[in-house]
Design a protein around this ligand. Structure first.
Ligand SMILES: Nc1ncnc2c1ncn2[C@@H]1O[C@H](COP(=O)(O)OP(=O)(O)OP(=O)(O)O)[C@@H](O)[C@H]1O
Ligand SMILES: Cc1ncc(CO)c(N)n1
Length: 268
């Protein structure tokens, strides 16, 4: 069985973070493993509090996984502090995994900071160059490239700025523009639009986590980066289309819709 490792924060509400990542791996029949960087007390409405995990325990978790198990792909999500970014970068550099997908998570849907402001430079300098692909949304890309992104032309120019920052490839997510959610994939040479149709729902909790984990799962299965991105986009669109009306805020996506449908298990 192919395997994938997520290095991310825990979401007690189950829709984002480690929980979304492991569900996504399972939906792709990829064996999931996890390194927890922070615990968030979170639901569909808000993040109430965050406890960062001790850096030594984070390093120990990564080493415990790599020293025993094969890792076909790694996905990185919430990293919280500058020292956690450095710990993850230094420990991964030792193992040089085949595929690294970095989702530069900064702020939750409800507006809570998930990455300290003073961790941004460490993320840019230490971790972004290690990743095979980064998956910023527009506000994250604006901060990382220090430029405004108002339309699809600006998206292209931001991708080129990422290349200048030493990034190998980018999927710049267009979900935050008012148009259809078209994402732009740039492999350092060519641009590919990965187009989507906007689903009118408030239930988009964990969409970024789910998309980046789906890319990692598809890379673990041996697909190319472009194919992995295209398959992941199709997967997230179905998950949003059949999202779950749970909680009073942004409900979670439906990670297992296709599986449940095939097994006639849907009860809604
Ligand atoms: N309403 C929507 N309908 C269809 N696709 C969407 C919608 N919103 C976002 N997407 C797509 O979902 C994927 C995740 O993008 P999004 O911009 O929501 O990530 P994000 O802001 O990083 O998410 P998160 O809040 O989990 O961090 C992208 O492919 C985006 O285009
Ligand atoms: C733990 C965690 N990671 C990432 C996000 C971003 O969706 C979130 N809300 N919570």
């Amino acid at each position: 069985m192919k395997t994938a490792l997520t290095i991310a924060g825990s979401d007690s509400g189950g829709g984002a973070g480690i929980q979304a990542d492991l569900k996504t791996f399972a939906a792709h029949s990829v064996y999931g493993m996890s390194v927890i960087t922070a615990i968030t007390a979170q639901n569909t409405v808000e993040v109430r509090s965050v406890q960062n995990i001790d850096e030594q325990i984070i390093q120990d978790q990564i080493e415990a996984v790599f020293d025993d198990l094969k890792v076909d792909a790694v996905k990185i999500g919430m990293l919280s502090s500058p020292s956690i970014v450095t710990t993850v970068a230094e420990t991964l550099a030792k193992y040089q995994p085949n595929h690294i997908v970095l989702d530069p998570v900064m702020v939750s849907k409800g507006g809570h900071r998930l990455l300290a402001e003073d961790a941004i430079s460490a993320l840019k300098e230490e971790l972004m160059p290690l990743a095979d692909i980064i998956t910023p949304n527009i506000p994250e890309a604006e901060i990382l490239t220090e430029q405004k992104i108002l339309n699809e032309l600006d998206m292209k120019s931001a991708c080129i700025s990422f290349k200048k920052l030493g990034v190998k490839s980018v999927l710049l997510k267009g979900g935050h523009l008012s148009t259809d959610p078209n994402d732009l994939f740039y492999d350092g040479e060519n641009f590919y639009w990965v187009k989507g149709k906007r689903v009118h729902t408030k239930n988009t909790h964990g969409t970024g986590c789910t998309l980046s984990s789906a890319i990692a799962a598809n890379l673990a299965k041996g697909n190319t980066l472009l194919t992995s991105v295209q398959l992941a986009k199709a997967y997230i669109e179905v998950a949003i289309e059949h999202s779950l009306d749970l909680g009073n805020g942004h409900g979670p996506t439906n990670h297992f819709y296709e599986l449940y449908k095939r097994a006639h298990l849907m009860n809604q």
